[in-house]
Design a protein around this ligand. Sequence first.
Ligand SMILES: Nc1ncnc2c1ncn2[C@@H]1O[C@H](COP(=O)(O)OP(=O)(O)OP(=O)(O)O)[C@@H](O)[C@H]1O
Ligand SMILES: [Mg+2]
Length: 236
Amino acid sequence: MTVAVLVEGLTVEFGSFRAIDDLSLAVDYGEVRAVIGPNGAGKTTLLDVISGVSRAKSGRVLFDEKIDLTRASEAAIARSGVRRKFQKPSVFEALSVRDNVEIGLGGARGADAGDRVAAMLETVGLADDADRLAGDLAHGQKQWLEIAMVVVSEPKVLMLDEPVAGLTDEETERTSALVRRLRTPGRAIVVVEHDMNFVETIADRVTVLHEGRTLFEGSMARARADARVVDVYLGR
Ligand SMILES: Nc1ncnc2c1ncn2[C@@H]1O[C@H](COP(=O)(O)OP(=O)(O)OP(=O)(O)O)[C@@H](O)[C@H]1O
Ligand SMILES: [Mg+2]
């Protein structure tokens, strides 16, 4: 199986503070990987480096076994099919739901753009809300809209930072079903989340980060049984 994202010896520093410390990690195509761990562990920073928002001090991030993302611009990374939903929803509130998804198509807009947008709205459960203003959506619906804006471009690597933060239990369950629908053989999905019940329903494997390093990698069930993971994170 091809590795979608290969992180090798990655170190990220902010001044003298080391947020990511010689981290190595491989995410396969077809896999949903959850990255979990306490506040400040470096989860968002990892997504920032993969998406070109933050720069590495050393190490590399190979996409598709050939492109070093630590040397590419944020725009080039997005164009190459590595896309990310940020922690805070950022939809265009004054535009319709449909127009928001169309913006997500970006340069990939072709003759079938309308069909792709409609299919995407169907997938995230917002087909009946297509003509509403994005600003009028409920918080959960905004999260789904933002996922639609990212997924409509058919990314090969999809990263979601805290997709169920602030969602109701029912919205969380719908998001879980959505993530499982988005899992395809040609796509790697990386999810950062603090909701362990949600993580258990979506993740093939979890990586537990602690102080910028991998503390544990394996199934969520094994993570729950790991004394070190319980000590630094799950037991708190
Ligand atoms: N731009 C920055 N400048 C300085 N320090 C930063 C910067 N970004 C992150 N940090 C620090 O790096 C550490 C890791 O932050 P990060 O946002 O990656 O944590 P996280 O695992 O996503 O936490 P949370 O679960 O709270 O979202 C934290 O101590 C944070 O304060
Ligand atoms: Mg974070």
